[in-house]
Ligand binder design. Structure first.
Ligand code: GDP
Ligand code: GDP
Length: 436
């Protein structure tokens, strides 16, 4: 399930982000459509030869006012903690530097594979300049040019050689979820309260290859869950730990590894910009979502408080209109016992399949009450709809002309699908195709 993570390290200006952006290729364009995420493109999904993996550009983690070498050390430390494989980048133009040696020395201590890329080798004549880098003791250097896109294929071939066999992945019945949110909203408190509940059996704590801590537990009803490790639960004291980009990166990683996301808000502190940022990524990734409002004990309440807060959330997170909202207190335990069942329900909805004939009945009934739009005398005709994927449920609608489908009509059809079937907690995707 969890794709391998490749970290790109090296001193500043060798071309780490240039290489990162090249390797992420078109995938990153999808992420860039998302407001707010653009600036944080230090984490991306990538694909090579049918291998899916994630990349971290450690150069994007700027560590406040740390001195030059301390900053590089912090970045390499992060790479060693988070990644399964390290790509060290040096510059063929500038040649070997002392800072390169500092980075290499830190990498000697790891048993994770390290691949050495010599960047800025923009033309074949420069290939002779790579031999100096054997002195780093990290094996064969791979000449590349990030800005010209040369040599990256060979580099990626080498990278994927080190990935574990997919055969190692096992089918797992457990529902994977994670608890995300900005610092101090109460994530750890919720985790501790959920796992501390007397009737919950925590069956084991698994260390995976990159020593993430996933916790497996079984509820009194016999449902099995894996709680995916989230930000703020470990690594306290590391130099990079308190940077905002790091916490966003951890949240993105947790989202990628989970089927269901519990997004925690703080009732006392209210909604902040950073909350939307992280929620946007989860939505974009197509995960099932639950909004958890924590610290409900800490505020003054009357009979409007809950519905007011709910309206505020609906207003601020318009794109999450499908996510149920639960008001809890990690401190008193209020309503925490509802979370496992809710996770299970939205997970079921996320994997739900609707038969084509039932689906088409719903679509045709919808069209009967609200006729399709037309433009210049040409009317949209909807021929047929079918579900093509789950997690999230994805529907293809075949029409005469894609241009005639308006966003508002698509929205109307989505609402009708949601009225007919329970898709609480999951985004659904509609893809409109012209029938040939
Ligand atoms: P980072 O600090 O390691 O992330 O480096 P950047 O990716 O920001 O690149 C630093 C500088 O090197 C920029 O001015 C890039 O345009 C330049 N650069 C990156 N890759 C290449 C390359 O393959 N050839 C040349 N000539 N310049 C490059
Ligand atoms: P995290 O950074 O999101 O993991 O947040 P923590 O779990 O460390 O909690 C941050 C602070 O909020 C701590 O001081 C907690 O005691 C407090 N806190 C967490 N949950 C609750 C709650 O439900 N009610 C109240 N009143 N305080 C809480």
């Amino acid at each position: 399930m969890a794709a391998p993570i490749v970290a790109i390290v090296g001193r500043p200006n060798v071309g780490k982000s240039t290489i990162f952006n090249r390797m992420a290729g078109e995938r990153i364009a999808i992420v860039e459509d998302m407001p707010g995420v653009t600036r944080d493109r230090l984490y991306a999904s990538a694909e090579w030869l049918n291998y899916d993996f994630r990349m971290i550009d450690t150069g994007g983690i700027e560590i406040g006012d740390a001195p030059f070498l301390a900053e590089i050390r912090g970045q390499v430390e992060l790479a060693l903690d988070e990644a399964d494989l390290i790509v060290m980048v040096v510059s063929g133009r500038e040649g070997l530097t002392e800072a390169d040696e500092v980075v290499a020395k830190m990498l000697y201590k790891t048993d994770k594979p390290v691949v050495l890329a010599v960047n800025k080798v923009d033309n074949p004549e420069m290939r002779n300049d790579i031999y100096d880098f054997y002195a780093l003791g990290l094996g064969d250097p791979f000449p590349v040019s990030g800005s010209h896109g040369i040599g990256l294929g060979d580099l990626l071939d080498e990278v994927v050689k080190h990935f574990p066999d997919e055969a190692a992945e096992q089918e797992d019945e457990a529902i994977r979820f994670s608890i995300i949110g900005r610092p101090n909203v109460g994530k750890s408190s919720i985790v501790n309260a959920m796992l501390g509940e007397k009737r919950v059996i925590v069956s084991d704590i698994e260390g995976t290859t990159r020593d993430a801590i996933d916790t497996r537990f079984v509820t009194p009803d016999g449902d099995e869950f894996v709680m995916v490790d989230t930000a703020g639960m470990r690594k306290r004291g590391k130099i990079y730990e308190n940077t905002e980009k790091y916490s966003v990166m951890r949240a993105m990683k947790a989202i990628d590894d989970s089927n269901v996301i519990l997004m925690v808000l703080d009732a006392e502190a209210g909604i902040r910009e950073q909350d939307k940022h992280v929620a946007g990524f989860a939505h974009d990734a197509g995960r099932a979502m639950i909004i958890v409002v924590n610290k409900w004990d800490a505020i003054e309440k009357d009979d409007h408080t809950m519905s007011d807060f709910e309206n505020l959330i609906r207003d601020e997170f318009k794109f999450l209109d499908y996510a149920p909202i639960v008001f809890v207190s990690a401190k008193t335990g209020q309503r925490l016992d509802r979370l496992p069942q809710l996770v299970k329900d939205v997970d079921d909805n996320h994997r739900k399949r609707i038969g084509s004939s039932t689906l088409n009945d719903v679509i045709m009934d919808a069209i009967a009450i609200n006729p399709t739009p037309s433009d210049n005398g040409r009317r949209l005709r909807v021929y047929y709809a079918t579900q093509v994927a789950v997690q999230p449920p994805t529907f293809v609608i075949f029409v005469n002309d894609v241009e005639l489908m308006h966003f508002s009509y698509e929205r109307f059809l989505e609402n009708k699908i949601r009225e007919a079937f329970d898709f609480t907690g999951t985004p659904i995707k509609l893809i409109v195709r012209a029938r040939k």
